[in-house]
Design a protein around this ligand. Sequence first.
Ligand code: NAP
Length: 279
Amino acid sequence: MNIGIVGLGLIGGSLGMDLKALGDHYLLGVSRRETTCQKAMEWGIMDEASPNLALLSKADVIFLCTPLAALRPTVNQLVPHLSSATILTDVGSVKASVVNDLATLWPNFVGGHPMAGTAESGLDAAQAELFVDRVYALTPVESTPQASVEVVAGIARSLQARVIHCSPEEHDRAVALISHLPVMVSASLIAACTTNENEDVRSLAQTLASSGFRDTSRVGGGNPELGMMMARYNKDAMVRALSAYRHELDQITQHIEAEDWRELEGILKETQRDRQTFL
Ligand code: NAP
């Protein structure tokens, strides 16, 4: 199969590495910078790469892996180069607005979101086997051609990802809770530490910070552009998730202020138990 990838960064580059390693596909890459395209060719991730979207005229399936804001303009520029059989799919972290937008521009479009990533960005951050054992959500709508869904699902499964189907709206509400909310919570945690007014305490906290803080601050210390896009494109679900979180935090604060240790212990026992079942 001829597979195109637009946006050779963390996700696009990782996708390219694994698809190339399968040995069954001819890989066509498009990225904004010529140097990135050159690097992708030198590393053997792409068979051909160029900043020119016309390169993708011979692709059977195209993965759109640019930042969310670039998806619509990219598809607008891509459409004149495509035949109606070409399948477009994206990897964006938000689905309802993206699917509404792109399925109108290109009916043969399948919304997708691999639940994999790191705190890094750009082609240098790409890594092999990023999608192994990870959920790959596909969000077809009524107008999505079923055969195209199957093609994209087949490619995702060939990367050893676990394919699931859900509606774009359900997807957005769920990722707001488990992906987008944690970014804002973790960012707030980092800010609460680094803006502490006492310089000595701040400096000691930095010295004492160990694996617990490393874990809880990881997603808040990631790519700011990605966090911004999550908030901007998934605003309603994000605000709802933040408000639910604030409610939980308020309850915990009240129990601590009231020295209601039994209630607090009850909550912590419940979260300890629920985390195991949830994960
Ligand atoms: P990224 O590492 O920044 O990669 C995106 C790359 O696209 C950039 O490095 C840039 O490469 C290129 N690019 C930017 N604008 C472009 C344009 N207009 N046309 C062509 N190429 C362009 O970002 P990412 O983390 O891979 O995220 C990409 C998509 O994956 C986003 O939609 C995001 O929502 C989704 N996603 C991210 C994660 C995650 O954890 N990071 C997880 C799942 C899904 P050059 O400037 O070097 O050419």
